[in-house]
Ligand binder design. Structure first.
Ligand code: ZN
Length: 294
Protein backbone atom coordinates (compact mmCIF):
# COMPACT_ATOMS: atom_id res chain seq x y z
CA UNK A 1 0.00 0.00 0.00
CA UNK A 2 2.90 2.32 0.79
CA UNK A 3 4.31 2.24 -2.72
CA UNK A 4 5.22 5.88 -3.42
CA UNK A 5 7.22 8.10 -1.05
CA UNK A 6 5.04 10.63 0.67
CA UNK A 7 5.30 14.41 0.53
CA UNK A 8 3.97 16.07 3.65
CA UNK A 9 3.11 19.74 4.10
CA UNK A 10 3.00 20.97 7.69
CA UNK A 11 0.82 24.06 7.88
CA UNK A 12 0.20 26.14 10.99
CA UNK A 13 -2.73 28.54 11.25
CA UNK A 14 -1.40 31.24 13.54
CA UNK A 15 -4.14 32.88 15.59
CA UNK A 16 -4.76 33.54 19.26
CA UNK A 17 -6.99 30.97 20.94
CA UNK A 18 -10.00 33.28 21.49
CA UNK A 19 -10.36 33.74 17.70
CA UNK A 20 -11.59 30.17 17.09
CA UNK A 21 -14.99 29.64 15.46
CA UNK A 22 -16.40 27.87 18.53
CA UNK A 23 -15.81 31.08 20.53
CA UNK A 24 -17.16 33.48 17.90
CA UNK A 25 -20.17 34.32 20.11
CA UNK A 26 -17.96 35.31 23.08
CA UNK A 27 -16.64 38.81 23.68
CA UNK A 28 -13.37 38.22 25.50
CA UNK A 29 -12.04 40.85 27.91
CA UNK A 30 -8.85 42.64 26.90
CA UNK A 31 -6.90 40.81 29.64
CA UNK A 32 -7.99 37.51 28.09
CA UNK A 33 -6.87 38.52 24.62
CA UNK A 34 -3.53 39.71 26.02
CA UNK A 35 -2.98 36.35 27.75
CA UNK A 36 -3.85 34.41 24.61
CA UNK A 37 -1.56 36.66 22.58
CA UNK A 38 1.38 35.92 24.87
CA UNK A 39 0.65 32.21 24.90
CA UNK A 40 0.29 32.14 21.10
CA UNK A 41 3.74 33.69 20.70
CA UNK A 42 5.41 31.42 23.29
CA UNK A 43 3.84 28.27 21.85
CA UNK A 44 4.67 29.23 18.27
CA UNK A 45 8.29 29.78 19.27
CA UNK A 46 8.37 26.28 20.84
CA UNK A 47 6.97 24.91 17.58
CA UNK A 48 9.71 26.72 15.66
CA UNK A 49 12.30 25.02 17.88
CA UNK A 50 10.69 21.63 17.32
CA UNK A 51 10.65 22.15 13.54
CA UNK A 52 14.26 23.38 13.55
CA UNK A 53 15.41 20.31 15.49
CA UNK A 54 13.77 18.10 12.87
CA UNK A 55 14.99 20.19 9.93
CA UNK A 56 11.40 20.51 8.73
CA UNK A 57 10.24 23.50 6.67
CA UNK A 58 6.57 24.50 7.05
CA UNK A 59 3.95 26.99 5.92
CA UNK A 60 2.57 29.46 8.46
CA UNK A 61 -0.80 31.02 7.58
CA UNK A 62 -0.86 34.04 9.88
CA UNK A 63 -3.66 36.42 10.86
CA UNK A 64 -2.69 39.85 9.48
CA UNK A 65 -3.31 41.65 12.79
CA UNK A 66 -0.63 39.43 14.35
CA UNK A 67 1.93 40.99 11.99
CA UNK A 68 1.09 44.25 13.74
CA UNK A 69 0.86 42.93 17.31
CA UNK A 70 3.75 40.39 17.17
CA UNK A 71 6.09 41.58 14.36
CA UNK A 72 9.17 39.89 15.89
CA UNK A 73 7.40 36.55 15.84
CA UNK A 74 6.48 36.90 12.17
CA UNK A 75 10.06 37.85 11.34
CA UNK A 76 11.35 34.85 13.34
CA UNK A 77 9.09 32.51 11.36
CA UNK A 78 10.24 33.94 8.02
CA UNK A 79 13.85 34.05 9.19
CA UNK A 80 13.75 30.32 9.94
CA UNK A 81 12.96 29.63 6.28
CA UNK A 82 9.28 28.90 6.68
CA UNK A 83 6.67 30.23 4.27
CA UNK A 84 4.42 33.08 5.35
CA UNK A 85 0.83 32.85 4.09
CA UNK A 86 -2.31 34.81 4.90
CA UNK A 87 -4.93 33.54 7.35
CA UNK A 88 -7.13 36.65 6.81
CA UNK A 89 -6.65 39.97 8.56
CA UNK A 90 -8.68 39.40 11.71
CA UNK A 91 -10.00 35.84 11.41
CA UNK A 92 -13.58 36.63 10.49
CA UNK A 93 -15.16 33.77 8.51
CA UNK A 94 -15.78 34.65 4.86
CA UNK A 95 -19.52 34.13 5.14
CA UNK A 96 -19.64 37.02 7.63
CA UNK A 97 -18.17 39.38 5.02
CA UNK A 98 -19.49 41.02 1.89
CA UNK A 99 -17.38 40.51 -1.26
CA UNK A 100 -16.02 44.07 -0.84
CA UNK A 101 -15.12 43.42 2.80
CA UNK A 102 -13.45 40.14 1.90
CA UNK A 103 -11.35 41.77 -0.84
CA UNK A 104 -10.26 44.47 1.62
CA UNK A 105 -9.56 41.95 4.44
CA UNK A 106 -7.40 39.86 2.12
CA UNK A 107 -5.47 42.86 0.83
CA UNK A 108 -4.85 44.24 4.33
CA UNK A 109 -3.57 40.88 5.60
CA UNK A 110 -1.20 40.40 2.65
CA UNK A 111 0.12 43.98 2.97
CA UNK A 112 0.65 43.70 6.74
CA UNK A 113 2.43 40.35 6.52
CA UNK A 114 4.63 41.32 3.57
CA UNK A 115 5.61 44.58 5.18
CA UNK A 116 6.72 42.91 8.42
CA UNK A 117 8.15 39.66 7.03
CA UNK A 118 9.85 41.23 4.01
CA UNK A 119 8.88 38.30 1.80
CA UNK A 120 6.07 37.89 -0.75
CA UNK A 121 2.84 36.28 0.46
CA UNK A 122 1.42 33.97 -2.22
CA UNK A 123 -0.89 31.62 -0.30
CA UNK A 124 -4.14 31.89 1.63
CA UNK A 125 -6.02 29.76 4.14
CA UNK A 126 -9.49 30.97 5.11
CA UNK A 127 -10.47 31.02 8.79
CA UNK A 128 -12.26 27.74 9.56
CA UNK A 129 -11.89 26.58 5.91
CA UNK A 130 -14.71 28.98 5.08
CA UNK A 131 -14.49 28.71 1.28
CA UNK A 132 -17.68 26.68 0.85
CA UNK A 133 -20.76 26.50 -1.35
CA UNK A 134 -22.20 29.52 0.49
CA UNK A 135 -19.09 31.61 -0.21
CA UNK A 136 -18.24 30.40 -3.73
CA UNK A 137 -18.19 34.10 -4.77
CA UNK A 138 -14.89 34.40 -2.88
CA UNK A 139 -13.04 32.29 -5.48
CA UNK A 140 -12.84 35.10 -8.05
CA UNK A 141 -11.54 37.50 -5.40
CA UNK A 142 -8.83 34.99 -4.45
CA UNK A 143 -7.97 34.47 -8.12
CA UNK A 144 -7.65 38.23 -8.66
CA UNK A 145 -5.53 38.89 -5.55
CA UNK A 146 -2.23 37.86 -7.14
CA UNK A 147 -1.90 34.70 -5.04
CA UNK A 148 -0.36 31.46 -6.31
CA UNK A 149 -2.60 29.10 -4.34
CA UNK A 150 -5.37 28.67 -1.80
CA UNK A 151 -5.68 25.96 0.86
CA UNK A 152 -9.18 26.52 2.22
CA UNK A 153 -11.40 23.93 0.52
CA UNK A 154 -11.71 20.91 2.79
CA UNK A 155 -13.28 18.01 0.84
CA UNK A 156 -15.26 16.70 3.81
CA UNK A 157 -18.77 16.76 5.25
CA UNK A 158 -18.76 18.82 8.47
CA UNK A 159 -21.31 21.03 10.21
CA UNK A 160 -19.04 24.10 10.12
CA UNK A 161 -17.16 23.80 6.80
CA UNK A 162 -16.37 21.56 3.87
CA UNK A 163 -17.10 20.93 0.19
CA UNK A 164 -17.66 17.14 0.30
CA UNK A 165 -17.52 16.62 -3.49
CA UNK A 166 -14.31 18.66 -4.08
CA UNK A 167 -11.22 16.73 -5.27
CA UNK A 168 -8.90 15.35 -2.56
CA UNK A 169 -5.79 16.13 -4.62
CA UNK A 170 -4.60 19.56 -5.92
CA UNK A 171 -6.94 21.12 -8.48
CA UNK A 172 -7.87 24.36 -10.21
CA UNK A 173 -10.57 26.02 -8.13
CA UNK A 174 -12.69 27.88 -10.67
CA UNK A 175 -14.82 30.95 -10.13
CA UNK A 176 -17.01 32.79 -12.63
CA UNK A 177 -14.06 34.71 -14.11
CA UNK A 178 -10.79 33.28 -12.79
CA UNK A 179 -9.18 30.26 -11.19
CA UNK A 180 -6.65 29.54 -8.47
CA UNK A 181 -4.61 26.49 -7.56
CA UNK A 182 -6.16 24.70 -4.58
CA UNK A 183 -4.12 22.57 -2.16
CA UNK A 184 -6.81 20.77 -0.15
CA UNK A 185 -6.10 19.58 3.41
CA UNK A 186 -5.47 15.84 3.63
CA UNK A 187 -8.31 13.34 3.80
CA UNK A 188 -8.51 9.56 4.05
CA UNK A 189 -11.07 7.96 1.75
CA UNK A 190 -12.70 5.15 3.71
CA UNK A 191 -16.20 3.68 4.06
CA UNK A 192 -17.38 5.78 1.11
CA UNK A 193 -16.50 9.10 2.71
CA UNK A 194 -13.56 11.46 3.18
CA UNK A 195 -12.26 11.50 6.74
CA UNK A 196 -10.61 14.82 7.74
CA UNK A 197 -7.28 13.36 8.91
CA UNK A 198 -5.35 16.60 8.19
CA UNK A 199 -5.66 17.93 11.72
CA UNK A 200 -8.03 18.97 14.49
CA UNK A 201 -9.66 16.19 16.49
CA UNK A 202 -8.34 13.58 14.05
CA UNK A 203 -4.79 14.61 14.81
CA UNK A 204 -5.36 14.87 18.56
CA UNK A 205 -7.77 11.99 19.23
CA UNK A 206 -7.54 9.26 16.59
CA UNK A 207 -4.62 6.86 16.14
CA UNK A 208 -1.98 8.37 13.83
CA UNK A 209 -2.55 5.31 11.63
CA UNK A 210 -5.53 7.19 10.11
CA UNK A 211 -3.34 10.14 9.23
CA UNK A 212 -0.66 7.86 7.76
CA UNK A 213 -3.24 5.96 5.72
CA UNK A 214 -4.54 9.23 4.29
CA UNK A 215 -1.03 10.46 3.48
CA UNK A 216 -0.27 7.11 1.79
CA UNK A 217 -3.41 7.26 -0.34
CA UNK A 218 -2.54 10.79 -1.43
CA UNK A 219 1.09 9.86 -2.14
CA UNK A 220 -0.07 7.02 -4.37
CA UNK A 221 -2.18 9.57 -6.25
CA UNK A 222 0.91 11.78 -6.64
CA UNK A 223 -0.43 14.36 -4.18
CA UNK A 224 0.99 15.92 -1.00
CA UNK A 225 -0.56 15.33 2.41
CA UNK A 226 -1.39 18.81 3.67
CA UNK A 227 -1.71 18.80 7.47
CA UNK A 228 -2.83 21.71 9.66
CA UNK A 229 -2.27 22.72 13.28
CA UNK A 230 -2.83 25.75 15.53
CA UNK A 231 -0.53 26.95 18.32
CA UNK A 232 -3.34 26.69 20.93
CA UNK A 233 -3.53 22.93 20.19
CA UNK A 234 -0.04 22.62 21.71
CA UNK A 235 -0.76 24.60 24.88
CA UNK A 236 -2.47 22.43 27.53
CA UNK A 237 -1.81 25.03 30.25
CA UNK A 238 -3.84 27.83 28.62
CA UNK A 239 -6.99 29.20 30.31
CA UNK A 240 -9.99 27.37 28.82
CA UNK A 241 -12.69 29.28 26.96
CA UNK A 242 -16.25 28.99 28.37
CA UNK A 243 -17.57 26.78 25.55
CA UNK A 244 -20.56 24.43 25.41
CA UNK A 245 -20.00 20.71 26.02
CA UNK A 246 -19.56 19.60 22.39
CA UNK A 247 -17.31 22.53 21.46
CA UNK A 248 -15.29 22.02 24.62
CA UNK A 249 -14.69 18.39 23.76
CA UNK A 250 -13.77 19.12 20.14
CA UNK A 251 -11.48 21.97 21.09
CA UNK A 252 -9.57 20.45 23.98
CA UNK A 253 -9.55 16.69 23.44
CA UNK A 254 -6.03 15.25 23.26
CA UNK A 255 -4.33 18.63 23.66
CA UNK A 256 -1.79 17.29 26.16
CA UNK A 257 -0.44 14.82 23.62
CA UNK A 258 -0.09 17.13 20.61
CA UNK A 259 3.59 17.97 21.00
CA UNK A 260 4.54 14.28 21.22
CA UNK A 261 2.28 13.45 18.29
CA UNK A 262 3.83 16.15 16.14
CA UNK A 263 7.20 14.69 17.14
CA UNK A 264 6.12 11.31 15.80
CA UNK A 265 5.05 12.89 12.51
CA UNK A 266 8.38 14.75 12.28
CA UNK A 267 10.26 11.46 12.81
CA UNK A 268 8.18 9.40 10.45
CA UNK A 269 8.35 11.79 7.49
CA UNK A 270 11.83 13.19 8.09
CA UNK A 271 13.21 14.62 4.85
CA UNK A 272 9.76 14.50 3.19
CA UNK A 273 8.47 17.92 4.30
CA UNK A 274 7.77 20.67 1.77
CA UNK A 275 6.15 24.06 2.05
CA UNK A 276 2.93 24.85 0.16
CA UNK A 277 4.82 27.32 -2.04
CA UNK A 278 7.28 24.57 -3.10
CA UNK A 279 4.52 22.10 -3.90
CA UNK A 280 2.55 24.76 -5.78
CA UNK A 281 5.59 25.60 -7.90
CA UNK A 282 5.90 22.05 -9.18
CA UNK A 283 2.31 21.29 -10.12
CA UNK A 284 1.49 21.42 -13.80
CA UNK A 285 -1.41 22.99 -15.64
CA UNK A 286 -2.94 19.56 -16.27
CA UNK A 287 -4.76 19.41 -12.95
CA UNK A 288 -8.50 18.79 -12.77
CA UNK A 289 -10.80 21.81 -12.62
CA UNK A 290 -13.57 22.12 -10.07
CA UNK A 291 -16.19 24.76 -9.51
CA UNK A 292 -17.98 24.89 -6.18
CA UNK A 293 -21.69 24.49 -6.70
CA UNK A 294 -21.60 22.89 -10.16
ZN1 ZN B 1 -7.89 29.90 12.07
Amino acid sequence: MNSKPATVVLSFDIEEHHRIEAAAHLEPASETTAIYGQRMEATTRRLLDQLAAAGAPATFFIVGEIAQSHPQLVRAIAGAGHEIGSHSHNHRRIRRLTPEQFREDLRRSIDALQQVAGVPVVGYRAPTFSVTRATAWAVDILAEAGLKYDSSVFPVRHDRYGVPDAPRTPFWLCGERGKILELPPATYRRFGQNLPVAGGGYFRLFPLAFLRAGVNQLANAGAPGVLYFHPWEFDPGQPKLPLGALSKFRTYVGIGKSTARLGRILDRYRGRFRRCIDVAGELGDDLPSFKIGD
